[in-house]
Design a protein around this ligand. Sequence first.
Ligand code: SF4
Length: 229
Amino acid sequence: MLNYFSRFLVAFPVNFYGAIEMVGENGQIVYWLNDSLYLNITNRCSNRCYFCFRHYWNGIAGFKLKLRNEPSSEEVIEDLRQHVSRRRWKEVVFCGFGEPTIRLNCIIEVTEWIKCYHPYLKVRLNTNGHGLLLNPERDVVAELKKSGVEAVSISLNGHDEDTYNRVCMPVFNDAYKSVLRFIREAKNASLDTEVTVVRIPEVDIKRIQDLASNLGVKFRVRELISCFY
Ligand code: SF4
């Protein structure tokens, strides 16, 4: 099953998002917005949200984020090394034109490097919450925590399973339940956990806010710039 999805996910950006194909120079790995440094480690995603920013833009704030090739952990670290000392960043965030937990090893290796050489820097993961389905053989949340990831922002664009499936069109049948499980596991592991939702008409924001409250995690509404949360 994993092999099936792995093949799907590799092909996904081309099959479903023709515009994601690179024709010019490679996209940016490290980019920044305000005082946060962002890491764009993949363009693959296990959702196909109808509102996805990647349908309409090549990047954000002048940074091109469409990758010709996914960078190795070493390449991410090398690029990070060039930028990490430019100012006092508030945090480093795994967040780009795809779902970072598709590359769990890369997240872990880069986070370990950050915690070794810049331990004061907070590391946050922005995720669609599919990490458990994407890495079924692994203890994903425990590994993230052990590497030094301190915070996770999990997007939940659906107040119930049916809405989630219509809006996000996940490649996994049971994605919604797994996102909820990911949120619970992150909270139980004492990660600084927040649920985020994009303001779109299909979603009952109050119900997701209540759900976050019941789960005991933070909640944040994002305006419609879908990949940057
Ligand atoms: S909005 Fe985020 S989760 Fe949805 S398809 Fe785009 S990258 Fe994936």
